[in-house]
Design a protein around this ligand. Structure first.
Ligand code: ATP
Ligand code: MG
Length: 254
């Protein structure tokens, strides 16, 4: 079944479309098979969260936008799932906050980096980093730690949707300010983040861009106020509470 073959009134329309995008990503060689497993885990949490953006996740998206607007060298890290699920939205976020895009893969192959970079260019990106591979994240084995010296290595703020826990910790140890988008509030990566956005990246990426446009004329002081007011631990707790309270029961009327 292709993406367009999913009837729009199907109660699980968004979830089915997402699945097809990931499948197509694997077929095009931009998403790894491991990416399918990550997708499955994400879907389970999205279901439990009611497949919606919680108010706490919206506040996190606003804090992320303010953090990115204050950054000197922001970089958005793109992996195979991000590229398959939200290529245009990711390119648009980079434009909204003047960030670089860098392909950064847990299961790195030059071939897949090139394919993802091409895919992003087809969706409007000018420059895509990640092909140089001349930098490193210290503390990880070589294949997992390859980054661009003038990209993630030099960045002050990194957006890492779906980052794995070890790499999130290693980036944190490098002193990066990390914005993590992840549906599982218990996962190590959002727990390491300065700004954890517990939301589906399909909703979160455009939401951060919308907040950034809304904040485009805000003063640095106002932006710093938004960042300081944000409480990462409270955002994680709010998502956990939503899961525990069973908000998913409202999602499709079941
Ligand atoms: P760790 O504790 O090391 O971070 P993990 O459980 O996060 O482990 P993975 O399976 O590699 O390990 O990570 C996949 C993560 O990505 C899961 O937490 C899942 O919820 C999240 N995820 C998958 N798809 C999406 C999506 N579309 N939007 C946001 N998060 C997603
Ligand atoms: Mg994780």
């Amino acid at each position: 079944m292709t993406e367009t073959a999913v009837p729009e009134d199907h109660p699980r329309y968004a979830s089915l479309v997402t699945r097809h995008r990931i499948e197509a990503g694997v077929e095009k060689g931009i998403t790894s098979k491991q990416g399918l497993i990550a997708q499955g885990r994400g879907e389970a949490f999205d279901y439990l969260l009611g497949e919606r953006t919680l108010p706490s996740a919206d506040a996190a998206a606003r804090a992320a936008a303010a953090t990115l607007l204050l950054a000197e060298r922001p970089v958005i890290s793109v992996n195979g799932n991000v590229a398959a699920l939200a290529p245009s939205e990711t390119v648009d976020l980079a434009a909204a906050v003047a960030a670089d895009l860098e392909v950064n893969l847990f299961n790195h192959t030059d071939e897949r980096v090139r394919r993802i970079a091409d895919h992003l260019r087809q969706h409007g990106a000018d420059e895509v980093k990640g092909l140089a591979g001349d930098g490193e994240i210290p503390g990880l084995d070589h294949a997992r730690g390859v980054v661009d010296a003038d990209g993630i290595e030099a960045a002050d703020v990194v957006v890492v949707p779906l980052e794995d826990g070890d790499r999130a910790a290693a980036l944190d140890a490098m002193g990066k300010t990390e914005i993590v988008i992840d549906l599982n509030p218990g996962s190590r990566s959002p727990r390491t983040a300065d700004v954890p956005i517990i939301d589906n990246l399909i909703r979160a990426v455009p939401n951060v861009a919308a907040h950034a446009r809304d904040l485009a004329d805000a003063t640095p002081e106002a932006l710093r106020g938004i960042v300081d007011e944000f409480d990462a631990a409270a955002a994680l707790d709010a998502a956990e509470a939503a899961i525990r309270e069973g908000s998913f029961a409202d999602a499709d009327g079941s």
